[in-house]
Design a protein around this ligand. Structure first.
Ligand SMILES: [Zn+2]
Ligand SMILES: [Zn+2]
Length: 354
């Protein structure tokens, strides 16, 4: 049987291709029928500027090379299991932690599968979920709590990126936090920081509609960095101390220095955005003030936590979801995300509908 898949062939070259449906899963694999599949900033970046995370040759872990079906933020239903998994059967609704891992390297054996020496992601290093069916490793399967509908469940992956960044920054009750950027990662970090008990969560965001959304979703105050001196404004609002934690959620190299010079003495800067650029860091702003700079990549056992938080209605994840399109309009959805950064955070595709 054939199916349609939105595949990356190269920079600027996404195609809706006719491909084979996945065969029966091998040992350690499962097939998932996709309900909703979100378009990530990473997907946009691979389309416009890639290859960045996509390897043009065979991936060291999967052996896969382009063209590759994108899509790593998804929910669906298990249709076949190649190995038994406790608590999961054919028909179980699942989200998939898309981190591919070798299982035997130093990092996998220490529970840090997300920084596996050979690691990759479903939808980048193997075919992903911009298709009606996707084959995944069984260790990535996460059961969706009954209280969480499929569309909200598909948001668990991007929300987990924000939760992981807040955990990496060890945000404590009463802390003041500054988040740079109110895109999907920034908003996810805003939710997570508030849940962690942060007293003040300030946000810097130049796109007006995104700034308004952040304010609506509970930011203490939102500053436009093109007109305000963000460092000074946050300094004044934190008793002339500065925020305990700054989370950089854009990947813009120019913001790294702002993050480092804005965080309080002894504070922590979490870099959660990715880009290929280099940032310049003033050593005299780090060493004499004992500031800590921390990288945060994706998530590490954070997706089940997010699903439980959604099930308990601890925040409104639906605020992230700004549009739904069938797979056949996937290319148009990519264009729309690019064209109107204010209107959109997360567009979900429904691959079963053509
Ligand atoms: Zn993503
Ligand atoms: Zn590994």
């Amino acid at each position: 049987m054939g199916m349609r898949a939105l595949r990356w062939h190269g920079r600027g070259d996404l195609r809706l291709d006719e491909v084979e449906e996945p065969g029966p899963p091998g040992p350690g694999q499962a097939v998932v029928e996709v309900a909703y599949s979100g378009i990530c900033g990473t997907d946009l970046h691979e389309f416009r500027h890639g290859p960045n995370l996509i390897r043009t040759g065979p991936h060291p872990l999967t052996g896969h090379e382009p063209p590759v079906t994108l899509g790593h933020e998804f929910s669906g239903r298990v249709t076949a299991l190649g190995s038994p998994v406790p608590g999961i059967d054919v028909g179980t609704r699942v989200v998939v932690d898309p981190c591919l891992r070798c299982g035997v390297c130093r990092w996998c054996r220490h529970g840090e599968y997300h920084i596996c020496a050979k690691g990759g992601s479903v939808g980048l290093a193997a075919d992903g979920a911009f298709a009606p069916y996707v084959t995944v490793p069984v260790e990535g399967l996460v059961r969706i709590p009954d209280a969480v509908p499929d569309d909200l469940a598909a948001l668990a992956e991007p929300l987990a990126v924000g939760l992981h960044a807040v955990r990496r920054g060890t945000v404590q009750p009463g802390d003041n936090v500054l988040i740079l950027g109110a895109g999907p990662i920034g908003i996810a970090a805003l939710f997570a920081a508030k849940l962690a008990g942060a007293a003040g969560v300030h946000v810097s965001e130049p796109v007006h509609a995104r700034a308004e959304r952040a304010a609506r979703l509970g930011a203490s105050e939102v500053f436009d960095p093109t007109s305000a001196d963000v460092r000074r404004e946050v300094f004044l609002r934190t008793g002339r101390v500065g925020p305990d934690v700054v989370i950089e959620a854009t990947g813009l190299p120019s913001l790294v220095e702002l993050a480092v010079t804005t965080v309080r003495r002894g504070g922590r800067v979490v870099l959660a955005g990715i880009s290929g650029g280099a940032a310049s860091l003033p050593i005299t702003q780090i060493v004499p003030f004992e500031r800590t700079v921390i990288g945060s990549l994706g998530y590490n056992y954070d997706i089940p936590r997010v699903l439980d938080l959604i099930a308990e209605k601890r925040f409104d994840p639906g605020a992230l979801h700004t549009g739904t399109y069938p797979l056949s309009e996937g290319l148009a959805a990519f264009a729309e995300l690019d064209a109107d950064r204010g209107a959109h955070l997360k567009i979900l595709l429904t691959p079963k509908e053509l």
